[in-house]
Design a protein around this ligand. Sequence first.
Ligand code: TYC
Length: 98
Amino acid sequence: GQPGVEVAPAEPQVKPPKMYKVVMLNDDYTPMDFVVDVLRRFFSMNPEKAVKVMLQVHHDGRAVCGVYRYEIAESKAMQVVEYAKAHEHPLQCAVEAA
Ligand code: TYC
């Protein structure tokens, strides 16, 4: 370029982290009220949203509860399954690339 004019090197590209969905799965045994409690407790949903998502899982077999970075998604999924196990419910969730 122009003599004596320094051009700063391009900044390294800062890319957003890959995101992962926590997906709640239906089963025939976990009580609806318990699923609503889980959605409120672990995914900070208000009562209306929690009921809506619970019914979506009940009718469609699955629904996305939230999208997070990998470590957070895995941690939420594990906490939900452990909490359900502690209450003797078979509730399951899965982590999938968003
Ligand atoms: N299908 C369950 C019932 O009829 C309710 C349920 C909803 C279970 C969502 C799991 O992720 C779930 N009691």
